[in-house]
Design a binder for this molecule. Structure first.
Ligand SMILES: N[C@@H](CCC(=O)N[C@@H](CS)C(=O)NCC(=O)O)C(=O)O
Length: 234
């Protein structure tokens, strides 16, 4: 049994997409990040960066005590290796998946995240910052579109690289992007969107979060963090 510490955001959806694809037995533990639940000492013990998703695997391969994993890329890799699904076994295939997984967690995710911040949440409009991240998101969409030319998926068969990238394309309109400018990316996006496991993963969201707008209280929790936030128990 795997505990998934989850909230319905792009990084959370990556892991529910994987779990819905594989049917690995799991239990969802909601972490309401707008209420500050990511600062609870018991959550910080498994996710020291106060971010979800995180998992605890109560039956790791080889036995032993429960194993916790934080960072969505590390979680996807761990689960893919454990289940031997959605990552190829051969060196070249596996390396390509890992390359694109790292590209997502180090590039597309953070840049699109800053795009969301300055386009939607910042208390004032800062043209330079907004433009910087809209353009960088646009460049990354271009990189992905080029990669997908002549390929059904990012690296061979449908893999954890696709599951990592897809949720960050879902809010493309809010990111100031037009999928018609990226035909191969659009085709890939529509294919993944139609997968039954993707539909089930996204259908989970409203069970946990009914209000998708961000309250002023949530903004205070999410956007004022300093080292002090993780130093003291909440
Ligand atoms: N690099 C991390 C990023 C995770 C992340 O940013 N999670 C956000 C929600 S999408 C979160 O938990 N935010 C809580 C906070 O900002 O305190 C990963 O890929 O898992």
């Amino acid at each position: 049994m795997i505990d998934l510490y989850y909230w319905p955001t792009p990084n959370g959806h990556k892991v529910t997409m994987f779990l819905e694809e594989t049917g690995l037995p799991h239990r969802i533990v909601p972490v309401d990040i707008g209420k500050g639940e990511q600062f609870k000492p018991e959550f910080l013990a498994i996710s020291p960066n106060n971010r979800m998703p995180a998992i605890v695997d109560h039956q790791p391969l080889g036995g032993g005590t429960p194993l916790s994993v934080f960072e969505s890329g590390a979680i996807l890799l761990y689960l893919a290796d454990k289940s031997e699904q959605f990552i190829p076994a051969d060196l070249r295939g596996r390396t390509a998946v890992i390359e694109w997984l790292f590209w997502q967690v180090g590039g597309l995710g953070p840049m699109a995240g800053q795009n969301h911040h300055f386009s939607r949440y910042a208390p004032e409009r800062i043209a330079y910052a907004t433009e910087r991240y809209v353009k960088e998101t646009n460049r990354l969409y271009g990189v992905l579109n080029k990669r997908l030319a002549g390929r059904a998926f990012i690296a061979g068969e449908y893999s954890i690289a696709d599951m990592a990238a897809y949720p960050w394309i879902v809010p493309y309109e809010a990111q100031g992007q037009n999928l018609d400018d990226f035909p191969d990316l659009k085709r890939w996006f529509e294919t993944i969107k139609a997968r039954p496991a993707t539909i089930r993963a996204y259908d989970l969201a409203p069970q946990y979060r009914t209000d998708t707008t961000m309250s002023e209280a949530a903004k205070k929790v999410l956007f004022g963090q300093t080292a002090t936030s993780v130093a003291k128990p909440s």
